[in-house]
Design a binder for this molecule. Structure first.
Ligand code: ADP
Ligand code: ZN
Length: 215
């Protein structure tokens, strides 16, 4: 099963990916998580990516494509994967198509998660993330608080607001999304694997996806 999750920041891609992992046992490939790990680990890639990320801009395609091409060839991705936060530009989508052709892989589902902008802003400002780079569990102060305030349930590390989750950076991320990523909807719309679902309740998104895959 090979799935692409499209949607604005805060559309619920991570939550939907978690449910799909449980259901299908395939790995989530999140370029955002991979980049944040690289930043924390202080690798060359991390150093090159950090400023773009903290400004709410996209990291240059050249940095992303090498990361993805390697990741898609790891053994756990052989049975499929969920792409979360990639592709983010038409250029990345074109290059992904070329990589998939080269690897003899097709796409089963490209799903766009639809959420109104006011809901997105509320979701993003209420998000807390585990500061342990190996954990990165995500919480929400309203809908999914950790059991102890500010402490990760899974690993006990402090939970924090991401550097790119202040109101100003969030506005920038949303405008970056509109300009660079939203055009992917038009790009994939005519692909038989494409569908678009309202993303207010994660469980309902999964039901819609399963129904669609069984069609
Ligand atoms: P979001 O919540 O905005 O979907 P992500 O965790 O996917 O956040 O990404 C965080 C940041 O990492 C982005 O704002 C961007 O700077 C960078 N990033 C992640 N994936 C990509 C990508 N495919 N192309 C370019 N930049 C990316
Ligand atoms: Zn944790």
């Amino acid at each position: 099963m090979r799935i692409i999750l499209l949607g604005a920041p805060g559309a619920g891609k991570g939550t939907v990916a978690e449910l799909l992992i449980e259901k299908y046992g395939i790995p989530q490939i999140s370029t955002g998580d991979m980049l944040r790990s690289a930043v924390k680990a202080g690798t060359d890639l991390g150093k090159q990516a950090a400023d773009f990320m903290n400004r709410g801009e996209l990291v240059p395609d050249a940095l992303i494509m090498g990361l993805i091409e390697n990741r898609l060839q790891e053994p756990d991705a052989r049975g499929g994967f969920i792409l979360d936060g990639f592709p983010r530009t038409i250029e990345q989508a074109d290059q992904l198509a070329a990589i998939l052709t080269k690897l003899g892989m097709g796409l089963d589902l490209v799903v766009n998660l639809e959420v109104p902008e006011d809901v997105i802003i509320r979701r993003l400002t209420s998000r807390r993330t585990c500061s342990n780079p190996n954990c990165q569990a995500i919480y929400n102060i309203y809908t999914k608080p950790s059991q102890r305030d500010g402490v990760c349930d899974k690993c006990g590390s402090p939970t924090v607001q991401r550097d790119d989750e202040t109101e100003a950076v969030i506005k920038k991320r949303l405008s970056t999304y509109q300009e660079k990523t939203a055009p992917l909807i038009g790009y994939y719309e005519r692909n038989p694997a494409y569908c678009s679902v309202p993303s207010l309740v994660a469980g309902e998104v999964i039901d819609a996806i399963v129904q669609r895959l069984n069609r």
